[in-house]
Design a protein around this ligand. Structure first.
Ligand code: HEM
Length: 400
């Protein structure tokens, strides 16, 4: 079987939109990914996505941002600021775990750190299962650990979350509660449409587990890189970096520039169900594997001037998002784009802006006076070929 790698921006965009290219990155990760939205194809994907999309309608996240998102971010940050130090990975996961659990429909206490940390532990294990294709460990061992984690997660979190929602749905059917009393989350939507979607209990739990890891890992990764890029920028050009810190639209552009340069998923992988010819001249034979090299395409010099340079104020063509392909495209385009990345604020009316969780997190961290810990440099993840930090210590307050 041949493998074709696409690394030009335009080729990747066209490939994302091909209906005859199906998901292939998670073939080894079936223990947690089988039948998940991200691996479904054609009408099965369309039907599931339509049900889940309703939660992610425009306006939902603007409402969230204007009502409670900022508080989630500042409340999670507060104990770290009081202690005088934080690790960006721990802080990032703590912040986004509560949000992704809420989106997924996993009931938990937002004030009990042990529950958040348990969810974090599960999300990390599910993520290891999803990316089994990249593991350097014995795959059977990882699979067994992920299966055990799914059982434990089910017992502690999922079973009670399902029971509460089923009771509410029964009461809705009996006319005892209004529609508005139902939680707006993926689990509730799936339970309501369980029969039309042909979902069994295992599929339900994998979909919820998938959401938990898909939303948290990528957002926490984007946050640590956004902070790292901004620190480096401040060292090079303190005036420009400080100006961005006080301008939400510019700070958001900083996050987009980070997403372009360090996409959380540096490659996507697809399988050709039919022969395809791309406009740029690449022929993809039926049955071949196609690697969409997002990291390379996001630095395509035909689209991004001085592509390797971090320049939040750069000009980009009007049909190209500032984050390039970091949120994917086509049928599997990230459903959480607006929650994580907001809507480009430049040009939006004041008050109509949706900055997104990563910008809110960056803003809160910088406002609290974070700087790299001079005694403990950041460490890259030694178990991943990907561009992830394993640890990023920061301290708060003035330099001595
Ligand atoms: C900075 C943060 C994020 C980044 C960079 C990111 C990136 C991506 C990418 C690249 C894909 C497409 C993968 C492919 O085509 O193979 C994707 C899909 C997806 N993402 Fe995200 N994501 C982020 C945050 C989130 C959040 C917060 C959620 C939910 C709470 C989420 C839920 C999903 C789901 C459900 C899909 C599958 C969509 C489908 O298959 O139709 N993501 N994401």
């Amino acid at each position: 079987m041949s493998t074709i790698t696409l690394d030009r921006y335009a080729d990747v965009r066209e490939a994302y939109r091909q209906h005859d290219l199906e998901q292939a990155l998670y073939d080894a990760g079936g223990v947690v990914m089988a039948d998940c939205l991200l691996v479904l194809h054609g009408s099965a994907h369309r039907t599931r996505r339509r049900v889940e999309n309703r939660l992610f309608r425009r306006g939902t996240f603007r409402h969230w941002e204007h009502t409670f998102l900022r508080e989630v971010v500042t409340d999670t940050l507060a104990p770290f600021v009081a202690a005088g130090h934080a690790d960006l990975l721990e802080l990032g996961y703590r912040t986004v775990m509560n949000l992704t659990a809420m989106v997924a429909g996993v009931d938990h206490s937002t004030t009990d750190v042990t529950e958040t940390d348990a969810l974090y532990r599960f999300a990390k294990k599910f993520s290891e299962g999803a990316t089994l294709v990249h593991t350097t460990r014995d795959p059977a061992e990882v699979r067994a650990e992920v299966a055990a984690a799914l059982d434990e997660f089910d017992r502690i979190f999922l079973t009670p979350s399902i029971a509460r929602r089923e009771a509410l749905l029964d009461r809705l059917a009996a006319g005892e509660v209004p529609e508005d009393d139902l939680p707006r989350d993926v689990l509730t939507a799936l339970l309501r449409h369980r029969d039309d979607l042909g979902l069994d209990r295992d599929m339900l739990r994998r979909e919820v587990a998938f959401y938990l890891q898909a939303g948290s890992h990528s957002t926490a990764d984007a946050f640590s890189h956004a902070v790292d890029d901004w620190f480096a920028w401040r060292a090079r050009d303190p005036e420009a970096a400080e100006e961005a810190r006080h301008d939400p639209a510019l700070l958001q552009a900083c996050v987009y520039e980070t997403l372009r340069l360090h996409p959380a998923s540096p490659v996507a992988r697809r399988r050709a169900l039919a022969a395809i010819s791309l406009r740029g001249g690449t022929d993809i034979p039926e049955g071949s594997e196609v690697v969409l090299d997002i990291a390379a395409a996001n630095r395509d010099p035909e689209v991004f001037d001085r592509p390797a340079e971090y320049d939040p104020a750069r000009d980009v063509p009007s049909d190209v998002p500032r984050w390039g392909h970091a949120f994917g495209g086509g049928m599997h385009a990230c459903i959480g784009t607006e929650l994580a990345g907001g809507v480009p604020a430049a040009g939006s009316a004041e008050g109509a802006q949706v900055l997104g969780t990563v910008t809110l997190m960056l803003d809160a961290l910088l406002a609290a006076g974070a700087r790299p810990d001079p005694a403990a440099p950041p460490r890259r993840d030694p178990h991943s070929a990907r561009d992830h930090f394993a640890s990023y210590p920061v301290v708060f307050g003035d330099e001595a």
